[in-house]
Design a protein around this ligand. Structure first.
Ligand code: AMP
Ligand code: MG
Length: 426
């Protein structure tokens, strides 16, 4: 009990009580670091290449062959010796043909030419390819006239010029993009190791909530947070289970939270974490014995965000307001989900953009404000703050493509200033 220890001065005791009532606000960067420290990566699993898009590589990708695997023609034309065509036109005897998949595997000699197609192996003895447009084949006579000289090496990509067998070409921790698929396929990765998808349970809390296909009655609203969180969580690579709505009732919350944490890697609740009389999510977590890592962040919107662990599941208790949900999910829960899959860049990557209108910050909190990104014809990236109707204004937020980060203590930022922005996943 506080203050029972005779050595504790009364003043100190009151301070502690005050802290209990409103726990310390921690900076956003500290909160993100705590999330990263508490998150462990899930075991890797093997997936087929067709299912690999968007997953996080759990192994380095190594070339199993040189690229190109042979000296490759870059043009349709004739493989020749450059010295033979120093003076043009030069007449050469056609001794064979090398097509993609069916090369000419003899030694080509001086005075000879081999008809060659793009992607075909250049025969031994040839040291250049002259493109077909600069040649003239003498009809049925077995000769070609080369109309212009070429430099040695022209239109030939030498074996292993691009990649040597054994080279690492992609690294564990990278997200597999569509641009990477050719590389994975070309080096024979029919199956590959990726981080397992986190299993996320999503639970909206609040006695005012009804499900989306119901008409809200008096004092009721439709739940949107379950859908927003599910959307962002699947964009982050998770598999999502949306749980039934839970009212503001500590015992019911405790039952549902305990059940949800058993089968999931992460539980994300929304609502019930502010200072209202019916905000029971934190109490439920604490009574269940959850380890609470933080419960107030110097963030606008999203101050009352809770981060805890219950059993082996991480728990994010997000505030109820829909814009706060989008902001806090993307700063904290998304970071944990990416780290669980082994992503090297778990956090959204900050960019710099030019502010299109003046913007108000907050003296004691870091702001992440909804905005739209656009570029102009000069290539400048502009960011336009959306009308800020508060953290409940989900209709304004609907067009947001980014969040503008205003550091704590910055009262106002003038138009035309550079600002840090995070692109929202979409
Ligand atoms: P709370 O954090 O529970 O005090 O909720 C803050 C505000 O967000 C209240 O106006 C709630 O009605 C609203 N809210 C809470 N949960 C949801 C939800 N799942 N969908 C939409 N709005 C919600
Ligand atoms: Mg509520």
């Amino acid at each position: 009990m506080l203050g029972l220890d005779g050595a504790t001065p009364v003043k100190n005791c009151q301070l502690q009580l005050a802290n209990l009532k409103s726990p310390t606000m921690i900076p956003v960067a500290d909160a993100i670091q705590i999330v990263l420290d508490q998150t462990t990566s899930l075991p890797a699993e093997s997936v087929a290449l067709v299912d690999a898009l968007g997953r996080i590589l759990a192994e380095d990708i190594v070339a199993d062959s040189d690229l190109p695997p042979f000296n490759r023609a870059q043009m349709d034309g004739y493989a020749i010796q450059a010295a033979d065509v120093a003076n043009t036109p030069a007449r050469l005897r056609i001794v064979g043909e090398s097509a993609a998949g069916a090369g000419w595997h003899q030694e080509m000699k001086a005075g000879e030419a081999v008809r060659i197609m793009t992607g075909a192996p250049v025969p031994a003895g040839a040291d250049a390819v002259q493109q077909v447009e600069l040649t003239h084949e003498v009809d049925n006579a077995g000769f070609v006239e080369i109309l212009e000289p070429v430099k040695t090496g022209r239109s030939i990509v030498r074996q292993a010029d691009e990649i040597k067998a054994g080279e690492t070409v992609l690294r564990a921790g990278e997200e597999i993009s569509a641009a990477m698929i050719a590389t994975l396929a070309s080096f024979g990765y029919a199956q590959l190791k990726v981080g397992r998808r986190p299993r996320v349970a999503v639970m909206a809390t609040g006695s005012e909530l009804v499900v989306v296909d119901q008409k809200p009655g008096r004092d009721q609203i439709r739940d949107s947070n379950n859908y927003t969180i599910a959307a962002y969580a699947s964009l982050a690579g998770a598999t999502v289970e949306r749980l039934p709505l839970v009212g503001d009732d500590t015992e019911e919350l405790k039952r549902q939270i305990a059940k949800a944490c058993e089968g999931s890697d992460m539980l994300i609740t929304s609502g019930g974490v502010s200072m209202g009389v019916y905000d029971f999510t934190k109490a439920a977590l604490k009574e269940l014995g959850a380890e609470v890592f933080f419960e107030r962040v110097a963030l606008r919107p999203g101050k009352p965000t809770v981060f805890a662990r219950l059993g082996s599941a991480l728990v994010f208790g997000l505030p109820g307001n829909p814009v706060s949900v989008a902001v806090t999910f993307n700063l904290f829960a998304r970071t944990a989900l990416r780290a669980m899959q082994g992503a090297k860049e778990a956090m959204l990557v900050p960019h710099t953009a030019v502010l299109a209108h003046d913007l108000k910050g907050s003296m004691d909190r870091e702001s992440y404000l909804p905005a739209i990104l656009r570029t102009d014809e000069k290539g400048t990236l502009w960011v336009e703050p959306l009308k800020w109707g508060g953290s409940s204004d989900f209709v304004s937020f609907a067009r947001a493509t980014a969040l503008i980060n205003v550091p704590s203590g910055v009262g106002r930022i003038e138009a035309d200033s550079p600002v840090k922005v995070l692109r929202l996943p979409s």
